[in-house]
Design a binder for this molecule. Structure first.
Ligand SMILES: *Cc1c(COP(=O)(O)O)cnc(C)c1O
Length: 356
């Protein structure tokens, strides 16, 4: 059927045909090699379990998908799209693995990188002028800043640059960058797509057949292939993406209001959608560290997008930029009951001082 809504696509895409005795779910194909004469031939070139996941995510994003071993494996393949010495523009508050990968390539003379404050639209557009690749995250992590993707695409394309959008935070349910003109979408499928904190996986989606072949070739040559079991779990997770995102977002919206009213919180960052909140603890980093250790439902852990609520003080990571407040706690809101989540969080917040 044409024109299915994303919820229906999430549930139905990438299924075996409705024929007698076909399983409803694609099997986990454990295979390093295939009988010669077909299209796949070898385990690094393709796998039917990958294909099912790729069909589903490709349909949700509106392009053709390639599954990768992790988000960073996919990111590395995309950073390799441009030639020697090319300039890559990236948000200064981008995912710090991506920012570190770019810095590493720059240190070794492979690329040059330009980090920009994406809230400064004029500076962002100016940086695009001599870029070969413009890397966008919206919202950024964990500053939760937003970018006008269509506006960047226009300027970047005029300069002859590709536009990559890391859509991990928004998911294809809340934002479809290809429909805004982006060339490539990147996912850490580790996060919302899989959704259960038990899989590391990544993906690239593009509507450009040439780019698809180039990225597929890079996956084959670098061996950045996902495991069949991981891919099966990611697809199983994807089946409930819409329900999880809906619930996480509804919970987050309630928590944002209450955090804004709590005296122990100095500032709340929330882009208006999604399940990630940035909350700056008024009494500073030590109080933030105390907060993340004194809850019982909220788990002190990095990563995000799982069914369970997790949080961490981001500046505990050495690589986190100094422009992120020391006391900022990033909350990944899960799908538990919001009143239970608030009771747990408020209990810990009430014990904090309200000033430094
Ligand atoms: C986690 C993450 C990545 C990296 O993905 P991995 O699966 O951990 O390799 C990239 N971008 C964003 C926005 C992420 O949150």
């Amino acid at each position: 059927m044409a024109d299915l809504t994303p919820a229906t696509v999430a549930v139905t895409a990438g299924r075996p045909a409705h024929e007698p005795d076909q399983p409803l779910n694609v099997p986990i194909t454990m295979a390093s090699t295939y009988v010669a004469g077909g299209d796949v031939e070898y385990g690094r070139y393709g796998n039917p379990t990958w294909t099912a996941f790729e069909d589903a995510l490709g349909q949700l994003e509106g392009g053709r998908c390639l599954a990768f071993a992790s988000g960073m494996a996919a990111a590395s393949a995309l950073l390799d799209l441009v030639g020697q010495g090319a300039n890559v523009v990236m948000p200064r508050h981008g995912y710090n693995g991506s920012v570190m990968a770019l810095a590493d390539l720059e240190a070794r003379g492979r690329l040059s990188g330009t980090l920009v404050d994406v809230t400064d639209t004029a500076a962002l557009h100016a940086a695009c002028a001599d870029a070969a690749l413009v890397w966008i995250e919206s919202p950024t992590n964990p500053a939760l800043e937003l970018v006008d993707i269509a506006g960047v695409v226009e300027v970047a394309h005029a300069a002859g640059a590709y536009v990559v959008v890391d859509n991990t935070f928004a998911t294809p349910l809340l934002q479809q960058p290809l429909s805004l003109g982006a060339d490539l979408v990147l996912h850490s499928a580790t996060k919302y797509l899989s959704g259960h904190s038990d899989v590391l996986m990544g993906a690239v989606v593009t509507a450009d057949d040439e780019l698809y072949e180039v990225v597929k070739n890079r996956r084959s040559l670098t061996g950045a292939s996902p495991g069949a079991f991981e891919t099966w779990l990611a697809l199983r997770g994807l089946r409930t993406l819409h329900l999880r995102v809906e619930r996480a977002q509804a919970n987050a919206q309630v928590l944002v209001e209450r955090l804004r009213d709590h005296a122990a919180i100095e500032e709340v960052r929330y882009p208006g959608f999604g399940g990630i909140i940035g909350a700056v603890v008024a009494a500073g980093p030590d109080a933030a560290d105390l907060l993340v250790r004194t809850t019982s439902l909220w788990v002190h852990a990095t990563s995000l997008g799982g069914v369970e609520s997790t949080f961490e003080r981001r500046r505990r990571w050495k690589a986190e930029p100094v422009t992120i407040p020391e006391g900022l706690v990033r909350l990944s809101v899960g799908i538990e009951d919001v009143e239970d989540l608030w009771r747990d969080l408020a209990g810990a917040l009430d014990r904090l001082p309200t000033t430094r």
